[in-house]
Design a protein around this ligand. Structure first.
Ligand code: NDP
Ligand code: 8X3
Length: 264
């Protein structure tokens, strides 16, 4: 009889989660809090980070460091990582989750600002954080990077060309990072969720909550918890196991274009 593999222990591991003020990132924090990991929760909004930190610390003996960070600012990113308190400098796990979508306009009509926001956050921001954190992982001989892409990076939909392109870029960046890290123990996981009900669609539609609700109408989307659960699985595999690429869909979704909706 074979025995189950020993999971990778998260106790005392320092985890940086970008986009931790909401949705998938906040769910990752909640899933990691009971594991003994130490959490750096990064986003632009301090209030929700502090509220989340207080909630987690009320429930678990967990160390949490809220970090105000705009991933679009390369100097601010490198200064924030270099300026972490000494006992928080050794980041073992990076969850590159910060991201957003803006609008569903046709490519030949979309506001340029929307493109800048998506490209600067989803591609360049992810790269800036990776560039600031991964050298330390290589030097220490341990680490794991989880990049949150999307099914949108695998299938382009009307009005989504730039958002989809940013997520296709995340997939390429994940593949490239794994290639460049070959020969080191640092692991790379790319996870591409389908529809997840978070603040994502509210942000996409400029605060229009009713339009956002319509995205998930009549179907059961993933929750941030569902994604966090799978990320927790990926980062707790034994050190010689690298889950490279994951597509995670709601049962009601088979592709970008096949969504089962019940009459309500
Ligand atoms: P939310 O809008 O709920 O969360 C997005 C998070 O990203 C927030 O914490 C936000 O914090 C943060 N963020 C946005 N811009 C920046 C920035 N410039 N610097 C730092 N943090 C930033 O959406 P989700 O949780 O759904 O999204 C998380 C990731 O999952 C994104 O990369 C998204 O593309 C991806 N994804 C989402 C899916 C979905 O259907 N929801 C499906 C597939 C992938 P703040 O505003 O405080 O900075
Ligand atoms: C988010 C999923 O389908 O709204 O990446 O683009 S979708």
């Amino acid at each position: 009889m074979t025995s189950a593999p020993t999971p990778f222990a998260l106790a005392h591991q320092t985890v940086l989660i970008t986009g931790a003020s909401s949705g998938i990132g906040a769910a990752c924090a909640r899933y990691l809090a009971p594991t003994g990991a130490r959490l750096i929760l990064a986003a632009r909004r301090l209030d929700p980070l502090q509220t989340l930190a207080a909630d987690l610390q009320g429930q678990h003996p967990v160390e949490v460091l809220p970090l105000v960070l705009d991933v679009r600012q390369p100097e601010a990113v490198s200064a924030a990582i270099a300026g972490l308190p000494p006992d928080w400098q050794t980041i073992d796990i990076l969850i590159n989750n910060a991201g957003l979508s803006r609008g569903l306009d046709k490519q030949y009509e979309a506001p340029l600002d929307d493109w800048e926001a998506m490209i600067d956050t989803n591609i360049k921001g992810l790269l800036y954080v990776t560039r600031a954190v991964v050298p330390g992982m290589v030097a220490r001989g341990r680490g794991h990077v989880v990049n949150v892409g999307s099914i949108a990076g695998r299938q382009t939909y009307p009005g989504g060309s730039v958002y989809c392109a940013t997520k296709a870029a995340v997939k390429s960046i994940s593949e490239g990072l794994k290639l460049d890290l070959l020969g080191t123990p640092v692991r790379v996981t790319n996870i591409d969720p389908g529809l997840v009900e978070t603040e994502f669609s509210v942000v996409r539609f400029g605060g229009d909550a009713d339009r956002a609700k319509g995205v998930y109408q009549g179907m059961t989307p993933l929750t941030g918890d569902d994604v966090a659960d799978v990320i927790l699985f990926a980062i707790t595999r034994p050190a010689h196991v690298n889950i490279s690429d994951l597509l995670l869909l709601p049962t009601d979704q088979s592709s970008m274009f096949h969504i089962h909706r019940r009459a309500e």
